[in-house]
Design a protein around this ligand. Structure first.
Ligand SMILES: CCC(=O)NCCS(=O)(=O)O
Length: 338
């Protein structure tokens, strides 16, 4: 990968790493999430079909995946552009846009947003979770999938000349399906050829992160350049978290801003609050993982945009960083006080 070696490949071309600035490593600027629709509870059908209004916001925040229109972030390009301008003002420099095949990646829109806002945008190559795989994808060999991913990075994706700069988010479910295992192996092979970073979306079970890393490892992937996303809703037990951390991937807490009583996709999970996320990061830093931590918001629905009363793309820079700084002297042992 001579041309890209040591550089960052954005949708507008190559930049030097020191041009990145503050970077959210897991966001979506345009996508659809209908694949994850959760039927509303009996009696809530009216709310689920109603336009988004202030009086329904609390319901929407607690039931974001039951409102069909909320899943269409691709309808909000103008609002996202405004948000990116605010993100820049707040000190943001770059965004890794994790939308892969299956959830409506739109590279021309990403290029337009990068041009109009000055935010560096790095697009993701590869495939989301099994339910979004087409019949054609399912039939592909690992070699064919590898070629497609490599091509998305070297030459451009979705029939454009716009090149992706990372592989991911690569989707896995639980249990990891055969089609997802093929994509994981193809991801590892493509990474071996290119040397680029990989980002994994784990299925909603604490066993998935480790299993996905093992599959990548066996296929020759570079785990030191691999990001495990969504740890906020995946591994809670401190010992289990440290066991996973030892495997060597980046540890990503990317649901900052999401504070819900019930996590709709897995009611057994008590979703961390932002304060608990900060405490968990303090714990990981104390255990020696400071250089392996990444954070982001993973905005993927409308209700998290400021236009709809959400926290927006600047929440970490405006609210979480000051909170972290206020806790910096007290970080040791916070996990156990929680
Ligand atoms: C496409 C966005 C995405 O997959 N986000 C993760 C949501 S969750 O699985 O953590 O609820």
């Amino acid at each position: 990968m001579p041309e890209q070696s040591g550089k960052v490949q954005t949708v507008l071309g190559l930049i030097e790493p020191d041009q990145l600035g503050r970077t959210m490593t897991h966001e979506h600027l345009t996508m659809t999430f209908e694949c994850s629709h959760v039927p509303p509870a009996p009696g809530d059908e009216g709310l689920a079909a109603a336009p988004i209004e202030m009086k329904h916001l609390h319901w929407l925040q607690q039931n974001p995946y039951s409102h069909h229109e909320n899943l269409l972030l691709n309808q909000e390009i103008e609002a996202v552009k405004e948000e990116l301008l605010c993100y820049r003002k707040a000190g943001g420099g770059s965004i890794v846009e994790n939308t892969t095949t299956g959830i409506t990646r739109n590279l021309p829109v990403l290029r337009q947003l990068a041009k109009e806002t000055g935010v560096h945008i790095i697009a993701g190559a590869g495939y989301y979770v099994d339910v979004t795989h087409s019949d054609e994808t399912r039939k592909m060999t690992v070699e064919k999938l590898t070629d497609i991913i490599v091509n998305e990075i070297l030459h451009g994706a979705d029939g454009t000349d716009i090149r992706c700069g990372v592989i991911g988010e690569i989707g896995t479910s639980w249990p990891i399906t055969e089609s997802e295992k093929k994509v994981l192996r193809a991801t590892a092979h493509a990474q071996t050829q290119l040397g680029c970073p990989v980002i994994i979306h784990p299925g909603r079970n604490k066993a998935t992160p480790g299993e996905a890393i093992r599959i990548l490892q066996e296929a020759g992937g570079d785990i030191s350049k691999t990001v495990m996303s969504h740890l906020d809703r995946s591994i809670y037990d401190p010992r289990e978290l440290l066991e996973f951390a030892k495997m060597g991937s980046y540890l990503e807490y990317d649901l900052f801003g999401t504070e819900v009583l019930n996590y709709q996709f897995n009611l057994d999970v008590d979703m961390l609050s932002d304060s608990q996320r900060v405490q968990t990061l303090a714990f990981l830093i104390r255990e020696g993982y400071e250089d392996r931590i990444l954070i982001a918001h993973d905005i993927h629905t409308k209700h998290r945009l400021t236009k709809y009363g959400g926290h927006g793309f600047s929440h970490i820079l405006k609210n979480i960083v000051p909170k972290m700084l206020s806790r910096v002297c007290h970080s040791a042992g916070l996990w156990h006080q929680a």
